[in-house]
Structures are given as C-alpha cells and as structure tokens.
Design a binder for this molecule. Structure first.
Ligand code: AMP
Length: 423
C-alpha cells in the first residue's frame, strides 16, 4: 500500500474540526484587526528564498525542497511565508497607495527537516506582514495578534519573549564584536558556525550543535551595542506592550533563524513539558531592509508566523478541545417514509436560516439512529413521525440535557434562535 510521505499527515475527524474552528477564528480576528488576506504560490523561484531568507539560515542551506521544472527553472517549495508575501507586495506595486499595507496568510510550508514530535516536513503557518510603518506601535500591534489569539483559544501557559537586534549600524557593530569574540574558538566550533562566522556571526548564537559551548554563553550582548535610535525604538515597543496589558520578558538569546530581522524580534513560548525547543509557538520581528533587499522600495515591515501543529499540541497539553466548538445544531431523524419529505424540507429551510443541520440518510430505525447520536453530537435532535406530520407540532430533544420540547411548525426558527447560542 502506498503511504503518505515522511513528515506529513492527513487531516480528518476531530483534527479536521479543530482546524475548521481555528480557521474561523483567525478569519474573524484578522477582520477585527483590519488585515487583508493574501495568498501567494506554494512554490517560488529558488532565488527568492536564497536572497530573502538568507544564505546562512538552516532553512535555506539545508532544509528547502528544491526542484527543476520541465522548463529547467529552479523552483523551491516555500519554507516560510514572508519572502513570498514581500515578493508579491513588490511585484504588484501594492505600496503605490501610500497606505499602511497589512496582510495575513495561512497555508502549508515545506522544510526538509528530521521529522519528530512538533516538527514536520509539511506544516501549516498562520502569519501576518505589515508594511509601511516603522513606528514601534506597529511592532506592538503585531505582537498582540498571537497573544490575543492564544487568549481567545483559552491558552494560559504562554510567555512572550522579546529582544532587539537594533538597526543596521548597531547590528554591524555587534557583528564585529562577535567576530572578535568567536575568532579564538573557531577550531572548536562546528563547520556551519565557521561558515556563519564569515557570513553572519549572529547566527552562531542560534546554533543547535554548539549551543552548550562556553563561548556562546560568554558572547557579548546586543544591548551593549545599540545606538540611541535602536534603544528608543525598543523602549517604545515595551511601552506600547505595557499599555496594551501584554506581559513579556526581555530575552537577549533570541536572534531568530532568519537573516532579515532588524530591531524587534520576538517568540511566544508555551509551557509544554518534554517538548524542548519545540515549545516555540510563534516567532517574528521587524525587517526594515527586506523589501529593499528584494529589489523593492525602502519600506519597513514587521510580521510573525505561527505554527498550527505546535499550537494544537499546546492546547492538548492544557486540556482545551476546540473540536467541540464545531457542532451540528440539529440532526433530523425521519421515522417513516412520509416523514422524509418533511425532513428534507426542514433540512433546507434551517440551513438557509443559518443553522448547521444534517439528517439521517441511511434509512436507519430510531433505535439505531439514537445509538450514534453521541458521535454526531448535535445540539438538538428533531424526530419526525406520523404524529408530528398530523399535528403540525414538532418534537425536539436537547441532546445534552435530554429535555424534550414540543414546537409548533411555524415557531421552529424562533425556538432554535432562542435556544442555540450564536457566534
Ligand atoms: P519560523 O518560520 O522558523 O520562525 O517558525 C515559526 C513557527 O512555525 C514556529 O514557531 C513553529 O511553531 C512553526 N514551525 C517551524 N518549523 C516547523 C516544522 N518543521 N514543523 C512544524 N512547525 C514548524
């Protein structure tokens, strides 16, 4: 039997309900935040990721799915969402409206990683990119999105970690200081770190192989190399987060895996024991030079990406089952041939009135239908038999409390409206 590729998974059952609820939630949240939905291709020119995400990040050097198409073009399955959104922003000249452009995306990403719990080769990310404002208020707004999303989902055990990498000047000074610091240890560091030393020494701080080496712990801190402007920016981000009531910790170890960040970087961690470094639910930051690097105008940006699979694990860990939020309102059971005509009528009318409704299509008797109700889990069961047809009074049963209601035909919508909580 042919099996699914390594590092991928199928979505069905409760997981599918969880996803449906999550998608509804991000749709409505992003509407509230006034962000526009953007969708870019699953594959892009390989160059986009190599230039955009950076030549020293593991994601690009080791983990991309690269291939040639029949026209001999070098293409790559997107390993992350930002580069594609920036490419689209530039290519479609979206900046020409001189407004703030705020986008959100949601979809699969591909990385050739060693599959393990919380790490897949095909995984889903929800993310945002806000272009046009270099105001620290924008950084705070972007950080508030995952924080509010986690709050809406009911997660309690999360921590926001923030740091700054400063502007280009501060980063360059820091780079030099790191080079000076790491030079004597190069022979003790891995090959990748030796490469990073030449191209982007900041990334040595992020190395999974050398993370326990004493020279990493004793490395200079970015905070010692920030110029006034960078310090101000960071202080203001913190001020606005305070004002929004968002708790955070400043964590100088965060440098983020991608090369394009400037100023604010952040990660949101969930407390999931035994999950190691994979308890990072989302990460992001400001990238003031990425649009220009990809041949666009000088426009600042800030964004984040959140991994769906890890979020779901964190929810499980806190015993939050969002699959329960996707429910049928009514399940109709016709118990005689004649009742089928009425059942399909109500099925249609109720659906068009905004209720989630299904019925028995298997022609099962009442007993067998009732047996499966626990699985189907509707809020109300509507049983239609001869009595209901003759009297014009319907029988509805609350599936949780088992309370029975007699409802006149013409009052059905009113009854359901008043007894089913709207969203
Ligand atoms: P990154 O784009 O590496 O900053 O990752 C952002 C978020 O995507 C992480 O915090 C994870 O939640 C998620 N993520 C990254 N890589 C994977 C993966 N291989 N499998 C599942 N989730 C991932």
């Amino acid at each position: 039997m042919i099996q699914k590729p390594k590092g991928t998974y199928d979505v069905y059952g409760d997981y599918s309900k969880k996803i449906k609820y999550f998608e509804k939630l991000i749709n409505s949240l992003m509407e509230k935040y006034n962000y526009e939905y953007i969708r870019t291709p699953l594959f892009e020119s390989s160059d986009l990721f190599h230039r955009g995400v950076g030549e020293t990040s593991d994601i690009v050097t080791k983990e991309t799915y690269d291939f040639k198409d029949k026209g001999d073009r070098n293409l790559t399955l997107r390993p992350e969402g930002t580069a594609g959104v920036v490419r689209s922003f530039i290519e479609n000249k979206m900046y020409s409206n001189s407004l703030l452009n705020k986008f959100w995306y949601y979809g699969p990403m591909y990385r050739y990683e060693r599959p393990q719990k919380g790490r897949y080769r095909e995984f889903y990310q929800f993310g945002v990119e806000a272009f046009g404002s270099s105001d620290p208020m924008m950084d705070a707004e972007v950080i508030s999105i995952p924080v509010n999303l986690f709050k809406l989902l009911g997660l309690k055990e999360i921590t926001v970690h923030i740091n700054t990498l400063g502007d280009i000047e501060s980063r360059n000074n820091y780079r030099e200081a790191l080079k000076k610091h790491f030079k004597p240890y190069l022979s003790e560091l891995c090959d990748d770190c030796n490469n990073r030393f030449l191209k982007n020494p900041l990334r040595i701080l992020d190395c999974k192989v050398d993370c326990d080496h004493s020279c990493i712990k004793s490395a200079p801190k970015i905070s010692e190399y920030l110029n006034e402007e960078s310090k101000n920016h960071f202080e203001n981000v913190k001020k606005y987060l305070d004002s929004m009531g968002i708790n955070y910790v400043v964590d100088e170890s965060i440098v983020r895996g991608l090369d394009y960040y400037t100023h604010t970087v952040f990660e949101v961690e969930a407390k999931v024991e035994g999950f190691g470094s994979q308890n990072v639910l989302c990460g992001g930051g400001r990238y003031n030079d990425l649009v220009k690097t990809l041949d666009g105008p000088e426009i600042p940006g800030v964004g984040f990406a959140l991994g769906l699979e890890r979020l779901f694990t964190a929810l499980e860990y806190e015993n939050i089952d969002i699959s329960e939020k996707i429910n049928l309102d009514v399940f109709i059971i016709p118990i005689c041939e004649e009742a089928k005509t009425k059942a399909v009528k109500y099925l249609n009318v109720l659906r068009m009135n905004g209720f989630n409704v299904d019925m028995d299509f298997l022609g099962r008797n009442l007993k067998n239908n009732l047996k499966t109700l626990e699985k189907i889990n509707p809020k109300f069961v509507m049983i239609i038999g001869e009595e209901e047809i003759n009297s014009g009074v319907l029988t509805l049963k609350n599936n949780e409390t088992h309370e029975e209601y007699k409802v006149e035909n013409e009052n059905l919508i009113y009854f359901l409206d008043s007894n089913i909580e709207g969203e």
